[in-house]
Design a protein around this ligand. Sequence first.
Ligand SMILES: [Zn+2]
Length: 463
Amino acid sequence: MVTIRLHNSRTRAKEVFAPIDAGNVRVYVCGPTVYDRAHLGNARPVVVFDTLFRLLRHVYGPEHVTYVRNFTDVDDKINATALARKEAGAAGTLEQLIAERTEETIRWYHDDMDALGALRPTHEPRATAYVGQMIAMIVDLIARGHAYAKEGHVLFRVRSFAEYGRLSGRSVDDMIAGARVEVAPFKEDPMDFVLWKPSDASLPGWESPWGRGRPGWHIECSAMSLALLGASFDIHGGGIDLQFPHHENEVAQSCCAHPEADFARVWMHNEMLQVEGKKMSKSLGNFFTVRDLLDQGIPGEVIRMVFLGTHYGKPMDWTAEKAAQAEATLRKWRGMVAGVAPSVPSEAVVAALADDLNTAGAIAELHALAATGDAAGLKASAGLMGLLEDHMGGWAEAGVDLAPFAARLAALRAAAMETKDFAPVDAMKAALLAAGVEVRMSKAGVELLPGPGFDVAKLEGLL
Ligand SMILES: [Zn+2]
């Protein structure tokens, strides 16, 4: 069997990975708060841990890996967005507007991450479906002396957990000295963090032993990982920006509620993303979403390839030049593998990925395979990394004839001019857009072009 080595943030060392149960390798990754489109930085952990998921599936078998990534659908930003809509005159209760917003955002998230070739995790739990489990864990933490209720809040008593700070390498006293901690009258100690907070009538809330309220963010992941993976599991991942305080707090909650267990044995953190050497920020004007790039015609596969060119443990710099290079390479490789059945992934590519996800090294091995003309090996090896897969290749297919679809759309439009019923035109147009086709309609006629994310399979049944 392939030996996988992973850098464990908890021990700060690269270790041989030995799962608790090779029949069920368990991974948890913190997912998005669903209030808006995912920006490019949000997509990095998705691609990193998708690559890990693919490697584990390859080594242990696809049915022997359980990957959980949550949706945070209770959050003040979601509430604010829904409230703003309500104030702007949108119909429906606040709860309905919140539900609409989260449904819409989850749909966008799936569309955008699918476009990057990310496999869907085994489970994608929504926090709001696990509030009962969160309350149970909080009750348990209070009973064990690790938490206390005050003024409708429940706080975790940080000083009750001697190992607090170990994951991120901070001491509690240093944290207080450098304090960004919030002092509040209901806290015994400024370091204590919120497990539960009260909700007034304008906010979503659940009944609890402490009155109507809602959970803090950190308790979500502890409750959902326990419910879906058990008290001890193999790998916990997320961006390095989550290491403190979010992951530190997850460890405190889970280890205090289940002192007999390990919680996560291996912690993996991906570094952040920059754009053209600068931190991505709205004020610098270099802030963009995955959808922005897709809409500019940059294929999801190209974004994925650029991401994989940098080791997850290093800051990744997104540049237009890298995107252009990745696109040229993928075009060349796609030309090589067209119509070729994949063989098996090369040992060198698997070995690179098994070495703490050395994706840059694995890409170098793909270049080597391409240089020897081993198209079947290239296709299989790239496929292990989520590249050169058939369903991702629409953007590189120049040869699809869209003329019959344009003729059909023109005919529908002509008929609609008579009947004044434009529904069939709109339906066909929507279906073409969903297949990634750019639709240009003018008096001169209908023009169709394969756009970003073009998927020939979705054109089926349109004629
Ligand atoms: Zn989390």
